[in-house]
Design a protein around this ligand. Structure first.
Ligand SMILES: NC(=O)c1ccc[n+]([C@@H]2O[C@H](COP(=O)([O-])OP(=O)(O)OC[C@H]3O[C@@H](n4cnc5c(N)ncnc54)[C@H](OP(=O)(O)O)[C@@H]3O)[C@@H](O)[C@H]2O)c1
Length: 323
């Protein structure tokens, strides 16, 4: 089978499509024919081993998993003898932010991993594009107590995380001011933003309106710059560590000092995210934003584009023999 392989941490040039032996499912695993995956910012971090803290999980000096990939949508081809919850021909999707070797024609996955049956109306490509950003977006929301009437400032509304977070917040009828660049104004309007800032023309930190939450889904702001936007008791969450990794220690400082808080959204419970996103899809309240599609053989190019930080939503990888 074909697989995207790297044997050391590095940039997209280290990634090569090679032909290797197909894996076999152990007793508690399923064998999946992968039909779609994405290249996302988590994949870039796993590929490069940056931020360094990731290496405590992905391998200190060299990557534990030579095959890249963190999400998949595909069809079960074989099941181990102890597997009860899935059967051959089930269409499944799943995610693991520490890597699961899904950028390959076949992969194995444990029955009890973060995997579910794909919603009936969904294609493999749509399913793959509904996982990574959704997981982090859901983890922003779970860290706070959102109430009817709350106002949220969402920076980076066009990213994989931001484009989902906007839809989640509108699902709960919350008021959202979203920040994006000129080319995506129409998209962000269509996703339901109540007000929009074009960051290429205006500085959202000078907004006179006050918010219960500032969610920076692209990690380009700082708490210091956004503090004045928050109402008393307001909360700032960023998807990035910040220029001096301050978003890791500010939660402790702001907990004891001042009435505006910082929370770092450590992601957890992927199964819970998949169940939530499935509910929204079934209620027709969510659509993944897909920017570009690449064929698997061109996966290095996809990494190059994603690492630029300019994608809108998701970049999908599909396989030539996809049916
Ligand atoms: N904490 C975690 O566990 C975790 C997990 C995954 C990702 N991340 C981080 O979270 C960030 C976002 O991830 P993502 O996957 O959503 O990103 P993404 O899909 O790469 O999207 C970033 C988006 O932000 C827009 N953007 C760029 N500069 C901006 C600015 N100054 N103001 C507002 N928008 C801007 C880009 O479009 P334009 O350039 O066209 O405006 C792009 O649409 C990344 O830094 C990533 O490393 C953190």
């Amino acid at each position: 089978m074909k697989a995207a392989i790297r044997r050391s941490y590095g940039s997209f040039d280290t990634l090569k499509v090679e032909t290797i032996e197909k894996p076999t499912a152990k007793d508690n695993e399923v064998l999946i024919r992968v039909y779609a995956t994405t290249v996302n910012r988590t994949d870039c971090a796993v590929l490069m081993g940056k931020p360094f803290i990731m290496r405590f999980f992905t391998g200190f000096l060299t990557p534990k998993l030579p095959i890249t990939g963190t999400d998949f949508a595909g069809r079960i081809e074989a099941v181990g003898k102890n597997v009860k919850a899935f059967k051959v021909a089930d269409k499944v999707w799943g995610f693991n932010d520490l890597g699961l070797s899904s950028q390959a024609e076949y992969m194995v996955f444990p029955e009890d991993g973060a995997m579910a049956i794909i919603p009936e109306s969904y294609t493999y490509e749509q399913a793959a594009a509904s996982l990574e950003g959704a997981h982090y977006a859901y983890n922003f929301m779970n860290k706070v107590n959102l109430k009817p009437g709350d106002k949220i400032l969402l920076n980076g509304a066009t990213g994989a995380i931001g484009s989902v977070l906007l839809q989640f917040l509108k699902y709960y009828n919350l008021y959202v001011t979203a920040v994006c660049s000129t080319k995506d104004l129409e998209l962000i309007k269509a996703l339901g933003a109540d007000r929009i800032y074009d960051y290429t023309r205006e500085d959202f930190t000078e907004d006179d309106e006050k918010y219960n939450f500032v969610f920076d889904a692209v990690g380009k702001s700082t708490f210091a710059k956004c503090k004045a936007l928050l109402k008393p008791g307001g909360v700032y969450i960023s998807s990035e560590l910040g220029p001096m990794a301050q978003n890791l220690f500010l939660p402790f400082i702001t907990k004891v000092n001042g009435d505006k808080k910082v929370i770092f959204p450590v992601p957890s419970d992927i199964k819970r995210t998949i169940n939530f996103i499935k509910t929204l899809i079934e209620e027709e309240k969510f659509k993944p934003v897909i920017d570009r599609k690449y064929l698997f053989d061109n996966i290095s190019e996809a990494y190059r584009y994603v690492a630029s930080g300019q994608k809108t939503g998701n970049v999908v990888i599909s396989f030539e023999n996809h049916t």
